[in-house]
Design a binder for this molecule. Structure first.
Ligand code: PLP
Length: 402
């Protein structure tokens, strides 16, 4: 490996929610560990790895120019995105006009919903559901309609097209959110699955918001297909959202962008964002993206995906072989695993809340599945050095699954 993915960054006291944000266990954050245990960050979807050196170099070069006044995005910013999508996502028709800054992918989701829906309208999402969708959609006065994903006989999460159609018709739905790859299920949708979903959406005039923030983090050689490449209709009726934040550990910098091909749709979404007067990029975030979406950044991501694949595989195999009754699918993308403890708890007369807390007590800060509309489950982010993944499962063995 050229890059260092084995040193655990010491993020304590250095603006890291994953480390400093542990609370009393109520609501969002896991509780602090009891005395004698350090915490292993498994809950917030960011990474314990240093970002790519090319990101830091690009930011450092800009910081050395000591003026930070008003500015416009540089040509290199757009070119970096166009090149990244061409080389990493086989997208050849992207031009500058299709790209627009979004203050966070969730900000982009909200702007898109503002363009497509009226308050009170229903929006189709899958469950398990990324908690950010729950908050952003519900918080803006839209109704979430959940279509459950189901595990097939090979242990792969699948969409249920019949269920989706029934809910679309019953609720007169005209906007759907696709999470591709899916957080927290880790699915990288295959082209035929996306085709079926897009055909359904086309049939019922459902516009699509495709959150592809995870699309660079692909495990074990899985390939991401951008929703907009699925069909001519999908190309023109999808608001796609991307960011370097998950990929390069840059969430604290804020900086995402949309790709929208239809001029009408783009104008509507851009207008929604502009009206807030909050939708402007930080200059350092722009330089970070330019450093990230570079050949050096690409080489770094390739290594990162190998490390994440090994971590996810270890966690998945460990759960399968050591904790009978715990249901878990091997993620194909992202760095999160969703483990369903319901059967394990039922079989031993153990309470889910107590099991969750037993892990938090010993610093295994997995995330409560209720946040993802998935009671009885936990989400485990393995974006940490491998030795810490091993340590987390050692502690689960000794103190939790006993
Ligand atoms: C699917 C998904 N979308 C969006 C976000 C958040 O993106 P942003 O911080 O750019 O709003 C996350 C973060 O975990 C995510 O998992």
């Amino acid at each position: 490996m050229t890059y260092d993915f084995t040193t655990a960054l010491n993020r304590s006291g250095q603006d890291a929610l994953a480390v400093d944000g542990l609370g009393d266990g109520i609501g969002f954050a896991p509780a602090k560990p009891r005395k004698g245990f350090d915490s292993i960050p498994l809950w917030v979807a960011d990474m314990s790895f240093a970002t790519a050196p090319s990101v830091v170099e690009a930011m450092r070069a800009r910081v050395e120019q000591p003026h930070f006044g008003y500015y416009e995005e540089r040509d290199e910013y757009y070119q970096a995105i166009i090149d990244w999508h061409r080389t990493r996502k086989a997208t050849n028709d992207l031009t500058r006009e299709h790209i627009g800054y979004q203050n966070g992918v969730l900000g982009g989701v909200v702007s898109a919903l503002g363009a497509l829906c009226s308050p009170g309208d229903s929006v189709l999402v899958h469950s398990p559901t990324y908690v950010g969708f729950t908050m952003a959609v519900g918080g803006h006065g839209y109704k979430l309609v959940h279509s459950p994903l189901t595990l097939d006989e090979s242990g792969i999460w699948r969409m249920d097209l019949e269920d989706m159609e029934r809910r679309i018709v019953q609720n007169n739905i005209h906007a759907a959110i696709m999470c591709s790859p899916h957080n927290p299920c880790g699915r990288v949708w295959e082209p035929w699955e996306l085709e079926e979903a897009m055909d359904l959406f086309q049939k019922h005039d459902v516009y699509v918001i495709s959150d592809e923030i995870w699309s660079d983090l692909l495990l074990e050689g899985n390939v991401h297909t951008p929703t907009q490449q699925i069909s001519e209709w999908a190309h023109e009726h999808t608001v796609a959202l991307y960011a370097p934040s998950k990929t390069f550990n840059l969430a604290g910098l804020i900086g995402s962008y949309h790709v929208i091909y239809s001029r009408w749709l783009r104008d509507r979404v851009v207008r929604e964002g502009a009206l807030t007067h909050y939708n402007s990029q930080n200059v350092l975030s722009m330089h970070a993206l330019i450093g990230a979406y570079s050949p050096e950044g690409a080489a770094w991501v390739d290594e990162l995906c190998e490390v994440l694949s090994a971590n996810a595989r270890y966690a998945y195999e460990y759960i399968r072989s050591h904790y009978p009754g715990v249901q878990c699918a091997m993620p194909q993308g992202t760095y999160v695993l969703l483990a369903d403890l319901n059967d394990w708890c039922d079989g031993r007369d153990r309470e889910y809340d107590r099991v969750i807390r037993a892990a938090w007590d010993v610093g295994v800060t997995w995330h409560d599945g209720r946040l993802f509309n998935c009671p009885g489950s936990v989400r485990i982010a393995v974006s940490i050095p491998h030795a810490q993944v091993v340590e987390a499962f050692d502690r689960l063995d000794k103190y939790v699954f006993v």
